[in-house]
Ligand binder design. Structure first.
Ligand SMILES: NC(=O)c1ccc[n+]([C@@H]2O[C@H](COP(=O)([O-])OP(=O)(O)OC[C@H]3O[C@@H](n4cnc5c(N)ncnc54)[C@H](O)[C@@H]3O)[C@@H](O)[C@H]2O)c1
Length: 466
């Protein structure tokens, strides 16, 4: 479960050797620490003419206490930022570049024709070489389906290909994302930037995510999940442990569920995080009723994280029916049945948020995983189909799709395939359980207001299906 090559390449001797031999040099990623600021450096801001999100952006950066700098093509940013009380100045002198920055944010919402794309090219060509290690690139756009003209729809849609390509060119642990901000969702920008600009999104890159209008519930920025009760299934090991710990760190009371045979580690976890252990097989026909009863006894729960999952890999020709069925029952049917029972019994409190755990195998498919691929693509279908109905009830449902994550599940993969899985992504390494946990903690919390029906890949921009 440890990546020896990553440690070696990040040691003084290993770094020098891998450099001289021209070998890949994956960067040890910065991860969240409560002792350090959200953003470890300055944000350099640029925009195309007619950009619409600059006021919301300055407000968001003020909330995040993120110091910003104006690119020479956007001198008006300084006044805007200062009006919000954000520390701001100009980057560089004249057109000469300034010092390295931690993030580049470009408001591309003003692009109303692909013929105007040179502003995008000029900004990033000038600034990308000046991004610090583990830096962040964020492009803000409007959803193409809501464009007023054909040219505008093309100009906005084209940004997705641009951002994905930038993410593949970045080095040193830096990431790039695209945020589609619907009209009326401007107030939700800060919550999304808080995740994507911070080390919490260390292993997320090359993603595009949509923000819809939704009211932002009140919350304390450092303990956004305070007062919330959240169920995490499959919490005895691997990603589930990290999810439970991260939700507890953010203030939630966690109900940690796993099979009865995993009681010992589950109890230890619950004790460590001040949560509750629940021994239950989610495929037990009584499981929905048991969970509804437990939730109602506590006045309802505020979130469900359907993390429990299994693999039973075999080529389709050799796959027995019982292995097919077991994977569907745990990975797909149980989350659907439990969520439906909870909703029907009104055991989910107002504003509750549900997260399904999919996989890049459900997006790209994987040899020997027809059963797993079906179940994990099913999770995506479920989330996307349910989200529009849920929006009208102030509930939200999203999925994460992890790539290669260092757990017991992936430690069981044969060495050569494991090594390939680890390296075949833009960050050149596997993710850690905490990377998936951070994405889930964000999605299940108030700062993801306006995010509904989305699939967030936590895969270092894995080359499969990207
Ligand atoms: N590790 C990866 O690289 C990776 C990649 C993509 C997706 N995922 C998904 O992430 C989730 C967690 O993966 P992991 O690597 O931590 O797996 P893991 O095998 O380490 O842990 C899974 C947990 O789920 C529990 N579980 C299984 N069946 C259950 C049931 N019927 N009822 C209750 N609990 C049950 C297990 O006891 C175990 O504690 C899974 O859904 C998996 O498919 C993992």
């Amino acid at each position: 479960m440890s990546d020896a090559y990553l440690s070696f390449a990040n040691s003084p001797f290993g770094g020098a050797l891998t450099r001289s031999l021209g070998l890949p040099q994956p960067r040890a990623l910065e991860r969240f620490s409560s002792h350090r600021p959200v953003l470890r450096g300055e944000v350099l801001v640029g925009a195309s003419p007619g950009a619409q999100l600059l006021p919301s952006l300055s407000q968001s950066l003020a909330e995040l206490e993120a110091p910003s700098l104006a690119h020479h093509s956007l001198p008006e940013w300084i006044t805007l930022a200062q009006q919000q009380g954000v520390m701001s100045g100009r980057w560089g002198v004249g057109e000469a570049p300034g010092a390295k920055v931690k993030a580049l944010v470009f408001d591309a919402t003003g692009l109303s024709d692909p013929l105007q794309s040179e502003t995008l090219h000029a900004f990033f060509q000038h600034t990308l070489p000046h991004l610090l290690p583990c830096g962040r690139v964020i492009v803000l756009a409007r959803p193409p389906e809501q464009a007023a003209t054909l040219a505008q729809a093309v100009a906005q849609r084209a940004l997705e290909g641009f951002v994905r390509a930038v993410a593949k060119e970045l080095r040193q642990g830096a990431t790039a994302q695209l945020l589609w901000v619907e009209e009326g969702a401007e107030a939700n920008l800060g919550g999304a930037l808080g995740f994507f600009l911070s080390p919490r999104s260390a292993y997320v890159s090359g993603q595009s995510l949509r923000l819809q209008p939704a009211s932002l519930p009140p919350h304390a920025p450092t303990q956004p999940l305070a007062g919330r009760q959240i169920l995490v299934t499959g919490a005895a090991r691997g990603i589930g442990v990290a999810v439970a710990e991260t939700l507890a760190r953010d203030g939630a009371r966690v109900i940690a569920l796993d099979v009865p045979s995993a009681q010992e580690p589950l109890q230890a976890l619950a004790k460590r995080i001040g949560g509750q252990a629940l021994a239950l097989d989610i495929t037990d026909p009584e499981a929905p009723t048991t969970l509804v009863r437990a939730a109602l006894a506590e006045g309802g729960w505020d979130g469900l994280v359907h993390n429990a999952g299994i693999t039973r890999d075999r080529s389709l020709a050799r796959m027995p029916a019982h292995q097919w069925a077991l994977v569907q029952a745990i990975n797909l049917q149980a989350p659907i049945t439990i969520t439906q029972a909870m909703q029907e019994a009104q055991a989910l409190r107002k504003g509750a948020r549900v997260v399904g755990v999919s996989s890049i195998s459900g997006i790209a498919g994987n040899r020997g995983q027809t059963n797993y691929g079906y179940s994990k693509a099913g999770v995506i279908g479920w989330v996307q189909a349910l989200a529009p109905q849920w929006q009208t009830q102030a509930l939200a449902i999203n999925a994460v799709a992890p790539g290669f994550i260092e757990t017991q599940m992936t430690a069981a993969i044969p060495l050569a395939i494991r090594e390939a899985g680890r390296r075949m992504n833009s960050l050149g390494q596997g993710g850690l359980p905490v990377d998936v946990a951070e994405a889930i903690a964000w999605l299940v919390g108030p700062q993801a207001a306006g995010v509904n029906g989305q699939v967030l890949r936590v895969c270092g921009q894995n080359w499969l299906g990207a």
